[in-house]
Design a protein around this ligand. Structure first.
Ligand code: PZK
Length: 287
């Protein structure tokens, strides 16, 4: 049986297709980006690792919030999902001070309207995780916004539900990951609404592309942290003196192999499932 898939959207490294009126197919490629540029070299199985990790988290957080996952295809990189009305908000939770949160803090002592204690260093753990929504930029970077601006976009009640849900999801996943040697510094969610107006977690969840994963055993606040997954790629790109504008450089074999191994390691540590088992039967992560 063949199936006509209509392409609806492209992300930097993923594609979205329509299956029918109610269902979409989200396909994760093996492309990798660094410094916001997609590189010409792929990392074999990266899309399968991210798809499997997302599905693992969807299965384990169902009681906190329902999600768009309907099933995984046998290729391990394609997710059948419910078609939703997406909220116009990037829902970020930060447990540590990094990236744009750190930049905001240095300028103003706060981020997304959260006043933070003085004297924090880059990569410090926050006194408690904070919800820092941003707008979905069509071009360039998302812009952090405060609660009032987010309430303008989705309404007060929905905002409060999204904040409470996002913080609970982060608490669950970050505790689990830390116990397995990975710090989730921050993470981004996208939520949608089903036909009844119920909140549904969509997109990807707790993948290294939607989150900052740091190796816990190398954690040293006071500067930037190594990336659990992309550090070999970043180090190689820095060694070239590449200007971080397109086109990106091709990656040598040893950088590809080392990076693939890091993705597989993250998958196996977080799921407790062998990656070979996943390739044999992707649905194993949801059981
Ligand atoms: C949806 N995106 C972003 C992600 C892309 C684009 N379940 C859903 N229902 C309706 N819309 C979306 C989803 C999801 N997930 C997500 N845009 C629309 C996106 C990945 C690849 F090209």
């Amino acid at each position: 049986m063949s199936e006509a898939l209509v392409h609806v959207a492209s992300g930097k490294v993923r594609e979205l297709f329509t299956i029918d009126d109610e269902r979409l197919l989200l396909v994760a490629s093996d492309r990798i980006s660094t410094f916001d540029v997609v590189l010409p070299t792929e990392i074999p199985d990266k899309g399968r690792v991210l798809t499997g990790l997302s599905a693992f988290w969807f299965a384990r957080t169902r009681d906190v919030c329902s999600n768009h996952l309907l099933g995984l295809r046998a290729d391990g990189r394609s997710t059948e999902c419910r078609r939703l009305e997406m909220l116009p908000l990037e829902c970020v939770v930060r447990g540590y001070l990094a990236g744009s949160g750190w930049k905001d803090y240095q300028r103003s002592g706060s981020t997304s309207g959260h006043a933070l204690p003085s004297g924090l260093r880059e990569s410090d753990e926050l006194p408690q995780p904070i919800f820092t929504p941003s707008t979905k930029a069509t071009t360039g970077h998302d812009e952090n916004i405060d609660a009032d601006a987010a309430i303008q976009l989705v309404g007060r009640e929905r905002y409060e539900e999204v904040e409470r849900t996002a913080l609970e999801l982060y608490r669950m996943a970050s505790e689990h990951a830390a116990a397995h040697g990975i710090l989730i510094a921050d993470t981004k969610f996208e939520f949608g609404l089903d036909a009844d107006g119920a909140l549904v977690l969509a997109d990807e969840a707790f993948t290294p592309d939607s989150s900052r994963f740091w190796p816990a055993d190398e954690y040293e606040p006071g500067g930037t942290q190594p990336s659990f997954d992309k550090q070999f790629v970043r180090d190689y790109c820095e060694s070239l003196g590449w200007g971080k504008t397109p086109p990106g450089p091709e990656l040598p074999e040893e950088v590809v192999t080392g990076t693939r191994a890091r993705y597989v390691e993250a998958f196996e540590r977080l799921t407790g499932i062998g990656f070979d088992e996943y390739l044999t039967d992707p649905e194993v992560v949801t059981r």
